[in-house]
Design a protein around this ligand. Sequence first.
Ligand SMILES: Nc1nc2c(ncn2[C@@H]2O[C@H](COP(=O)(O)OP(=O)(O)OP(=O)(O)O)[C@@H](O)[C@H]2O)c(=O)[nH]1
Ligand SMILES: [Mg+2]
Length: 363
Amino acid sequence: MGLFDKIKSAFTGAEKQQEPQVQEEVQEEVVKEVVEAPVTEDTTLEPEDTKKETEQYEKGLKKSRVSFTRRLNELLANFRYEDEEFFEELEDLLIESDVGFEATMQIADTLRYEAKVQNMKSMKDAERVIVRTMVDMYGETNPDHHVFNENPDGLTVVLFVGVNGVGKTTTIAKMAHQYIDNGKKVVLAAGDTFRAGAIEQLNIWGSRVGAEVISTKQGGDPAAVVYDSIKTAKESGADLLLIDTAGRLQNKKNLMNELEKMKRVISREIPDAPHETLLVLDATTGQNALNQAKIFKETTNVTGIVLTKMDGTAKGGIVLAIGKELGIPVKFVGLGETMNDLHPFDTEKFAYGLFKELIQQTV
Ligand SMILES: Nc1nc2c(ncn2[C@@H]2O[C@H](COP(=O)(O)OP(=O)(O)OP(=O)(O)O)[C@@H](O)[C@H]2O)c(=O)[nH]1
Ligand SMILES: [Mg+2]
């Protein structure tokens, strides 16, 4: 089953609908059951925490959802069969939504093909094909098994990389907060020794969330900080070591060299580590974020992406572009500024958060 059908049945209860003729036969009985059934608030049968998480996705992706739904509805209102202009406008809409070139072409070509094969004439037909193709593409490019790689036998080491301002330090704080909330011990390493104020910023976060912070003076060697932090984390029996890094150095080559040096120190101390090297990308920067990712990918073995500030963009298509053009799994998504707004990436909830009304109105 494609992601579209899965979501449609999971969130809208569509799988519970029976064939029309069967429905007629049992209609009386169903009406009786419904009347006599106890009143429950929710009919989708989701566990409470899943429901809450789904709502957070809906809230965080609201800007993108509202904007895309409105624009697609406007476009569909002018749908004309065999009208090349319609397809071009659809392409523009997708590109402007940061879906990326490859995904845009695939969606538009699918629609062109289906329009011919199905002899598509109505706006509803076009809508169904577009929404289904897009949602299924999320499922194909981001299958759900991209789990966060945790060390089951002790310390898990996570290195955070990414250019300045994307949200590395706040993501570290959010993750630390959530693990500490679950009774884990977390150590933070202030590996950004370059930017004035970066060490202080991590120290403040550390004391807010209750994590020990290992640091040195500004301009110090980040590899030495990493070494010290591993030693402390091991000695104190910590579960998680989160390493902050600089977003900017004198130049790109220095930055990449510094990251490599940190990685060497980490794997010398713990052979399997870092267990994750997470590249943090700011969703509001669109194509720029993709270009950054390509540069990091060339030199660093990035194991996953943290996509921040999804709540701050109305062009929520970047996950498709990442899936199509980078092939690096999105492992976490930032849906807001509070400590609880970092979520493990869930393709189903994400696609539902982006297309809720469109999926519901698709018949
Ligand atoms: N709305 C929103 N803001 C976020 C999110 N994640 C991070 N931010 C904000 O982004 C800004 C920059 O975050 P930082 O964590 O300082 O970024 P950084 O990558 O550490 O930046 P440098 O230290 O300069 O390299 C802060 O104001 C954060 O609150 C998110 O998911 N949503
Ligand atoms: Mg920072």
